[in-house]
Design a protein around this ligand. Structure first.
Ligand code: BG6
Length: 506
């Protein structure tokens, strides 16, 4: 449960499917290393990598160590800690679609020296291409590695994103997974939920008394949610060209930020109470009509340019991207949440790659103060108060308010701020998202994972956008130079409402 310390992790065999992939090297194993470093992994805990290519246990360990040295967020890597973990990492060669490989896996797990400790507790991490998720679940169940009735053994699945490519495929995948693993044993990852600053949204809203009374349509003019990235697609063209910004970022990370910003106070901090409120937010967004959407969605693609002096090729010239690709690398949209709290308040969401700034921020923009008293002092237009919640980097919270300019009768917007690194980082270790999520999955705490109905509601909305695009049959997308802040069409969408994209806090 959020708000209380998780119980200790039990001895478990964590099996990673897709063990030779990027995610395992960059995120999952570094997260295990940090859990080991912080004393969170018990004796008798093992990691088993499952993949097709031939590899020895030792070769696998060496590969992972190399990646750890490169990707660990704390440096240098503590070799003594790695030496404690490495002997409990194994490699199992197998074919994802072949049931025999899973029988082999089951035998291998039984034969491991740590088996006496972890016994039947298995957590399976699906870090493969999504088209394998269903078959892995089925094969696990056939090899008697799935959940068992009347047994206290832990049998859980962690499922990476993307979870489906649209509503229909997500529903199918949910159905298939649920045939073999009940919903409470499935942990769908959205790593944004593992970020401390994202969890802090609930604390900020409900552990304080001064914001909540203002958190509604009477006081809030509009809300902006931005996930801006400087990186282009780099080596991920093969995946990204079939996905695009709407599926890659909007369906998951941006909607997570939206639901946590907009939800009603949950009845408790129990997982289902919070997840119920998140789903209610999405359900309160009616599927927009195509005519409405055409005015409220902007998509674009990056053209050649440079970010921080580094040249970036046009998206279409990136590796494994179709030369005539119409995949969006930028998407912005305006949504409305039709409930009592938010009716009529625009929520603007945007995300893009190859932009000139890297930041994730939620801006709550309050109503403009009447200028009756300070019309002259503010040159006729008082600035709006804005609460800037910076998710990353420079994690923190800024409140902009109007103040008197010393020595002059004028009004100027000033900034009051809190930075995590100043207030907490000396005394507190800031874990990476995957560390938190792994712990929660091991102890069966599902608050920070996406529930079946939530993932489907998010797809409903993304499908409506993509269906509208499908009917547009455009020959070209708007382009923005790499190193800019996106297409002018996005600025114009806000200008039509009398708004502009807020500059990020510093
Ligand atoms: C991933 C997307 O889920 O999130 C990537 O697939 C994106 O395209 C990444 O770059 C962003 O995550 P973070 O934690 O760096 O903001």
């Amino acid at each position: 449960m959020l708000g209380s310390l998780p119980p200790a992790i039990q001895p478990t065999a964590a099996v990673i499917f897709g063990a030779t992939g990027d995610l395992t090297h960059r995120k999952i194993v570094p997260a295990f290393y940090h859990l080991q470093k912080n004393g969170k992994l018990p004796e008798g805990f093992v990691i088993v990598g499952f993949a097709r290519r031939p590899q020895s246990d030792d070769g696998f360990r060496q590969d992972l160590k190399k990646a750890l040295d490169e990707f660990s967020h704390t440096q240098p890597v503590d070799n003594a800690v790695w030496d404690q973990l490495a002997p409990h990492i194994y490699y199992h060669r197998g074919d994802l679609s072949d049931p025999v490989s899973y029988k082999g896996l089951a035998d291998r797990l039984r034969a491991l020296p740590e088996n006496k400790a972890f016994q039947d507790n298995h957590l399976f991490y699906l870090a493969t291409a999504p088209n394998y998720f269903g078959i892995i679940a089925e094969n696990l169940a056939k090899a008697d590695l799935g959940p068992r009735r009347n047994s206290s053994a832990v049998r859980r699945l962690i499922v990476e994103k993307p979870f489906g490519v649209d509503l229909a495929s997500a529903q199918n995948l949910n159905q298939t997974l649920n045939q073999f693993f009940p919903e409470k044993t499935i942990f769908r990852i959205d790593h944004y939920l593992g970020k401390e600053t994202v969890q802090n949204l609930l604390y900020f809203r409900f552990a304080n008394s001064i914001y909540e009374p203002l958190w509604n349509r009477r006081y809030v003019d509009h809300v902006q949610i931005t996930v801006a990235e400087k990186v282009g697609v780099e080596a991920r063209g093969g995946y990204y060209d079939g996905a695009g910004a709407a599926r890659d970022m909007l369906q998951n990370h941006l909607f997570q930020l939206l639901t946590l910003t907009a939800l009603e106070p949950p009845a408790s901090l129990e997982a289902e109470a919070i997840r119920d409120e998140k789903v209610k937010v999405l359900r309160s967004i009616p599927t927009p009509t195509q005519e409405t959407l055409a005015q409220r969605v902007v998509r674009a693609q990056y053209a050649a340019g440079s970010v921080n002096g580094r040249a970036i090729a046009a998206y279409r010239n990136e590796e494994r991207v179709a030369p005539n690709s119409l995949t969006e690398t930028y998407v912005a949209l305006r949504l409305e949440i039709d409930n009592w709290r938010w009716a009529g308040v625009p929520f603007y969401l945007r995300t893009g790659k190859a932009l000139n700034k890297q930041f994730t921020e939620i801006d709550i923009v309050f109503n403009r103060p009447p200028s009756v008293l300070f019309a002259a002092a503010s040159k006729g237009k008082m600035r709006r108060n804005c609460l800037q919640i910076r998710i990353q980097p420079n994690e923190g919270i800024h409140l902009n308010f109007n103040a008197k300019v010393p020595g002059q009768p004028m009004v100027q917007l000033v900034d009051m701020n809190f930075h995590y690194r100043e207030d907490f980082s000396q005394s507190h270790y800031l874990p990476e998202a995957y560390e938190r999520l792994l712990v929660d999955a091991f102890v069966g705490e599902s608050t920070l994972f996406t529930r079946r109905d939530e993932v489907e509601e998010a797809w409903r909305l993304v499908d409506s956008v993509r269906n509208m695009w499908a009917t547009q049959k455009v020959a070209e997308l708007p382009l923005y130079p790499a190193g800019s802040m996106g297409p002018v069409e996005s600025d114009q969408m806000l200008e039509r409402d009398g708004h502009y994209w807020i500059l990020p806090s510093e």
